[in-house]
Structures are given as structure tokens and as C-alpha cells.
Design a protein around this ligand. Structure first.
Ligand SMILES: Cc1cc2nc3c(=O)[nH]c(=O)nc-3n(C[C@H](O)[C@H](O)[C@H](O)COP(=O)(O)OP(=O)(O)OC[C@H]3O[C@@H](n4cnc5c(N)ncnc54)[C@H](O)[C@@H]3O)c2cc1C
Length: 598
């Protein structure tokens, strides 16, 4: 064998990429299955720079599971307690303040904790630890953050190999069965495995050929880092309210936030067409500085600041990245799954990328562990449920980002007009602050899973001071308001499918239940709305709901089917109406006051 070739090795699991998705997966999998051999192959040597420097609070569950939350919370990471938006010509700051999203908008007690529920998530409440979790995200230097996560995976016993690039995926009868790699010393090798997690970010090794790109979300980001930049408390209208500033400018938008002591991350996002035109004949730094100059809030804060050349690779002062929302048609396959950007990349306006990477790594680990320990369950269904979960989460953010771009009513430039035209789906009044804050905090399925007919009436209620604790319950559609004479009309195709949820005991296993799932990308965000546990024996009833049907007929058919299986008639009627209610609230079907034409 030549010197640069290593022997064939075997590992229970190969992870491609040691970013947040890969490290979260590997660390959590090893924590609960210390006997398993897990290897992370990471192309770079850490610490390495990365864009995407701000988490949202919903990631804290994963950071806790990995045991790094306290280090971040008590250590140097900048706490992100909210976001200040200046969106439009009126330049009035608008705070999404995570500490003020309790029902009446008051900040909670001295421990600065908050009850984030008020949703139909009672069975998942332990997972969210609403009474103990400080409601913050973190602004981080990714070089340190990613290194901390990779080290954590090592501490759990994962073999993390840096400077190793996966060069080829090996398959047998279509199923992934191993990888080939080359390290930065030129040594090549092959690892056989029964499972590969693709966490290679936008390299998307396993999903490259099946990526769908969102034509509306095709932007470029130009960014740099400053010392001596000021943070002005009045940006947010209060001393400590938020630590992120997002401001629209005539040709796009700006992010401006501290990621460390005297280190400000500042970026400009614009559409690729503008980027191409604006760059003609100028250098990148000039374009960048002009964009920052066009933002009145930050221009003065940068007066005495210095652009750093020691953060970006190759001593660059300004970097550029295409930021084009895209997703894999399927994030799972035979012998593999994808997590993080390799599965789905969503526009950065809501800072959801690292959080989605952490969440998907965590969910993939629980799925892998459950498939390993529960041979009685169908592994394909488990992975399908993982893919559905990820689509639901990611498309909620994607949908919200579209709403965001579609709602800058007061900005008058051609760029914003173009955004408004493109984002026709985004026409929603975003004024109700609490709903929006909850959505940007990543906790609230309904505003995240935006469907106009579902959310608009709710949002109207919120504006009038509605009780949050009831938003997902009877306020939306009391069961008694469903008339048997109404017709149930499906909005898109949906089915009853396995869903999973990490066991609140944190033992690495998934709890299994069944819920309504839609496969249509346009409706995927609705998967995340109102998690419901639907008895699997209702599967034929769900099938009957796929064509317009009178509610009375649906109920009678269900009674005929299920009473013969020994279910009490009254209970079947109740459950069937509840199923109708769930389908309607999730935005998968609507009720019409019309008779069916025969
Ligand atoms: C302009 C912009 C701004 C953003 N802002 C934010 C933000 O504010 N907040 C936020 O949460 N997110 C943000 N994001 C998104 C964020 O950057 C990503 O979502 C996040 O980094 C995804 O993590 P990951 O683990 O999936 O991938 P990555 O962090 O990209 O990690 C993938 C790893 O795989 C390795 N790799 C790749 N190919 C191979 C190979 N063949 N073999 C071995 N290793 C390989 C890479 O070296 C890398 O370390 C932003 C993105 C952009 C473009």
C-alpha cells in the first residue's frame, strides 16, 4: 500500500463538517451512546472564521444539552436580549425585546426569566424549562464558538479530525456506505460506515445535486469588523433593551452588533442584481463604506472606528458571500441525513442559521440514537419525521423572512419597491410587536408558521391585547363553531404521519406521535404550527379529508369505521371534530358554508 494511503477503517457514524450542526450532532450522539465510534471529518483547522454570529433563544435547549450554555451565559459571550429594527423611511426604532414578551408586555421578575409558553405545547414544556431559562440568545465570534462546540464533542469521546476533507461519498446499491478523504498532508483514506451525517454547510456534499433555490431570496452580503465602533443605547430606545441593530437602507439592509469586547460585526445585504451593478468599476470596500454611510443610525457610530484586518481569512478587511436561500429536496436518504446549511439555508434577516444548525444537529442525533436503540421502530419513518421537522422549522423562518421583505412599506427606493413586488406573499401588517418578537425568538409556532387565514385574525386579536395563553387554543376556532352542515375543503395535500419530539427526560430518545404533515413546500411552514397528537387510527379519516367533504359526512364515516373497532360513538364524534379543528387551525383545510354539488 502506498505511504499516502491508509487502511480501510470502520466507524458507526461519519460526520462531514465540524460546524455547529456537525458538533451538535456528534457531541449529543456520543453523550448518549458512548460505546459508538463517531468521527467528525473537518476540512479546516480550528479556530476558523465563519459568518453567522448571533443565535436566538430557542437554541438554548441544544446548548444546555451540550453543557456549554453556562459557559456562554457566564462567560464572555454577548447576551442578545432582543433586536432593534429600523425598517423604513420613518426611522422609528422598533424593538423585539425578548425580555418583554410576557402577556401584558411587562418585563418579568428580577431573575429576568420568562414563561415562553402560552401555546399548545404543554407536553413539551419541560423541554423549554420556561421557569428557569433566561430568555437570551448570544452574539458570538464563530471562530471561538465553533471551536468550543468541537472541543465539547471531543470531550464526549468523539474523534474529531481537523484538516481532513471528504472527497467522495461511497454507495452500495444506492445506499451511502462510506466516505473517502484526503488530509492536508496528502494522506488519503476510506472509512466504511452505516451512517453519514452531511453537516458540510453550503458545500452540501450529499444534497448538492438536489438543491432548490428561492428566486426571491438571492442576495449578497458584504461585511467587515470594526474596533472603536460605538454602541448607542438610544438606538433601541432603552439602555439594555437589545444588542442587535438591523436597519434598512435604500439599497438593502445593514446588520450592526457587537460580538466581543470592542469588536463590532457590520454587514450590508443587497440583491445580487444591485451588487453586480454597484460593484462595477469600484472596489468592495468602497461599496461597503458607501452602504454604511447610507445608514443614518450607524454612520456616526463608526466615525472613529477602524476596519480590522485580523478577523477575516487572508487578512482581508472586507468579505463578500452570496446569501441565497436554498434547501435540499430531501434532507434524508439511505444511510445518510443532512443537517444545518447542508439541509437548508435561510436568508440571514432573522439570524436563524446557527440556531437551525444546532437544532437540526440535535434532532438528527436523537433520531440516530432512537433508530439505534429501538429496532422495533421503522428507521425510515423516524428519518422522514426528522426531515419533516426540519422543513417545518426552516420554512417558518423562510416565510417570515419573506414577510419581512414584503412589509417595508415606507422605504421608497426602487430596491424596496422590487422587494414588495417580489414578496407578494409577504403582505401582512407586522405591527403587533409581541407576536413578531415571539416569532423572531423562534418559539412561537403560529406566527412562525404564517398562513394568512390562520394568523391574520390572531394578529388582529393580539393587537387588541389578546390573551397569549389562548392563542393556539379555542380563540382560533372553538370546536362548537364547527357546523356539521359546513364543507371541509383541503388547501393542499396533507397526511397523517409519524412525528417525533425529544423526550423531555433528555435521555437521547424521541417520543413518537402522529400529526398532520404536508409535503408541499408552499405549506411546509404549517408543519410547525400547533403540534397535535392525533390517534393513528384516524388515518383513513385524514385521507377522506383530501377532497371536499361535508363535516357531517366525515363524522358519520368515522363513526361507522371506528365504532365497529370498539370505540365509543360520542368519543369518535368529538375526536373527529377536533381533527377538523386542527386541520383548519394549521391552515391545511378551510370550512365553507356551502353544500357540495353532487
Ligand atoms: C451573510 C450571512 C449572515 C448570516 N448571519 C447569521 C446570523 O446572524 N445568525 C445565524 O444564526 N446565522 C447566520 N448566518 C447563517 C450561518 O452562517 C449558517 O447557517 C451556519 O454557519 C450553518 O452552520 P453549519 O454547521 O450547517 O455549517 P458551517 O458552519 O458552514 O460548517 C460546515 C463545516 O463543514 C466543513 N466542510 C465543508 N466541506 C467539507 C468537506 N468536504 N470535508 C470536510 N469538512 C467540510 C467546513 O469547513 C465547515 O467548518 C448567516 C449567513 C450568511 C451568509
Amino acid at each position: 500500500m502506498p505511504e499516502h494511503q491508509q487502511q480501510l477503517q470502520y466507524r458507526d457514524c461519519v460526520v462531514i463538517g465540524g460546524g455547529p450542526a456537525g458538533s451538535a450532532f456528534a457531541g449529543i450522539a456520543a453523550k448518549h451512546a458512548p460505546e459508538a465510534s463517531i468521527v467528525v471529518l473537518e476540512k479546516a483547522r480550528f479556530p476558523r472564521w465563519r459568518i453567522g454570529e448571533s443565535t436566538i433563544p430557542v437554541a438554548n435547549t441544544v446548548l444546555r444539552e451540550l453543557g456549554v450554555y453556562d459557559e456562554l451565559y457566564n462567560g464572555g459571550a454577548i447576551k442578545k436580549v432582543g433586536i432593534t429594527f429600523v425598517w423604513g423611511a420613518d426611522r422609528v426604532p422598533w424593538n423585539a425585546d425578548y425580555l418583554k414578551i410576557a402577556g401584558d408586555g411587562e418585563q418579568l421578575g428580577p431573575d429576568r426569566t420568562i414563561d415562553v409558553l402560552g401555546q399548545d405545547l404543554s407536553s413539551f414544556s419541560d423541554r423549554f424549562e420556561p421557569s428557569t431559562m433566561p430568555f437570551v440568545g448570544f452574539n458570538v465570534e464563530r471562530s471561538r464558538f465553533d471551536q468550543m462546540l468541537l472541543e465539547r464533542a471531543r470531550q464526549f469521546g468523539v474523534e474529531c479530525r481537523e484538516g481532513v476533507t471528504v472527497t467522495e461519498i461511497l454507495r452500495e446499491n444506492g445506499a451511502v456506505c462510506g466516505v473517502r478523504y484526503r488530509d492536508d498532508q496528502g494522506v488519503e483514506g476510506t472509512i466504511a460506515t452505516s451512517f453519514v451525517l452531511d453537516a458540510s454547510g453550503l458545500s452540501a456534499l450529499l444534497t448538492r445535486g438536489q438543491r432548490v433555490r428561492d428566486p426571491e431570496m438571492n442576495n449578497f452580503a458584504v461585511y467587515g469588523y470594526f474596533s472603536g465602533a460605538e454602541w448607542k443605547s438610544t438606538l433601541s430606545g432603552s439602555r439594555a433593551a437589545t444588542t442587535i441593530f438591523i436597519g434598512s437602507v435604500p439599497l438593502g439592509w445593514i446588520w450592526y452588533f457587537p460580538i466581543g469586547a470592542d469588536l463590532m460585526s457590520v454587514g450590508f445585504v443587497t440583491h445580487r442584481r444591485h451588487f453586480r451593478d454597484a460593484l462595477a468599476g469600484r472596489d468592495l470596500e468602497q461599496l461597503y463604506r458607501e452602504a454604511l454611510e447610507s445608514c443614518p443610525e450607524i454612520r456616526d457610530l463608526l466615525r472613529h472606528a477602524t476596519l480590522r484586518d485580523d478577523i477575516l481569512p487572508q487578512q482581508k478587511r472586507v468579505g463578500v458571500t452570496q446569501d441565497w436561500s436554498s434547501w435540499a429536496e430531501s434532507a434524508v436518504g439511505e444511510g445518510w441525513a443532512a443537517a444545518g446549511d447542508a439541509a437548508v439555508f435561510v436568508d440571514p434577516i432573522l439570524s436563524s442559521g446557527v440556531t437551525l444548525a444546532l437544532q437540526s444537529g440535535y434532532r438528527a442525533a436523537y433520531t440516530w440514537l432512537t433508530a439505534r436503540r429501538r429496532p422495533d421502530l421503522d428507521a425510515r419513518q423516524l428519518w422522514q419525521a426528522y426531515g419533516d421537522y426540519l422543513r417545518g422549522e426552516a420554512f417558518s423562518f423562510l416565510q417570515l423572512a419573506r414577510f419581512f421583505y414584503g412589509n417595508n412599506r415606507s422605504a421608497e427606493s426602487w430596491w424596496w419597491e422590487a422587494q414588495r413586488l417580489l414578496h407578494t406573499r409577504g403582505r401582512l401588517e407586522l405591527a403587533p410587536l409581541q407576536a413578531f418578537t415571539l416569532a423572531t425568538a423562534g418559539f412561537f409556532p403560529v406566527p412562525r408558521a404564517i398562513g394568512l387565514e390562520v394568523v391574520a385574525p390572531l394578529v388582529g386579536k393580539l393587537a387588541a391585547g389578546a390573551d397569549f395563553s389562548r392563542i393556539n387554543d379555542d380563540t382560533a376556532l372553538p370546536v362548537e363553531q364547527i357546523a356539521l352542515t359546513q364543507t371541509l375543503v383541503p388547501i393542499g395535500a396533507f397526511e397523517l404521519a409519524m412525528r417525533t419530539e425529544p423526550n423531555p427526560k433528555g435521555d437521547g430518545l424521541l417520543a413518537i406521535y402522529y400529526d398532520l404533515i404536508c409535503r408541499d413546500a408552499e405549506l411546509a411552514h404549517r408543519i410547525a404550527a400547533l403540534p397535535s397528537r392525533i390517534p393513528p387510527e384516524l388515518e383513513p379519516v385524514v385521507r377522506w379529508m383530501q377532497a371536499p367533504i361535508l363535516v357531517s359526512e366525515l363524522v358519520e364515516r368515522a363513526v361507522t369505521l371506528l365504532v365497529t373497532q370498539g370505540r365509543p360513538e360520542e368519543r369518535v364524534r368529538q375526536v373527529c371534530l377536533e381533527l377538523v379543528r386542527r386541520a383548519v387551525i394549521k391552515g391545511l383545510a378551510r370550512l365553507e358554508n356551502r353544500q357540495l354539488e353532487r
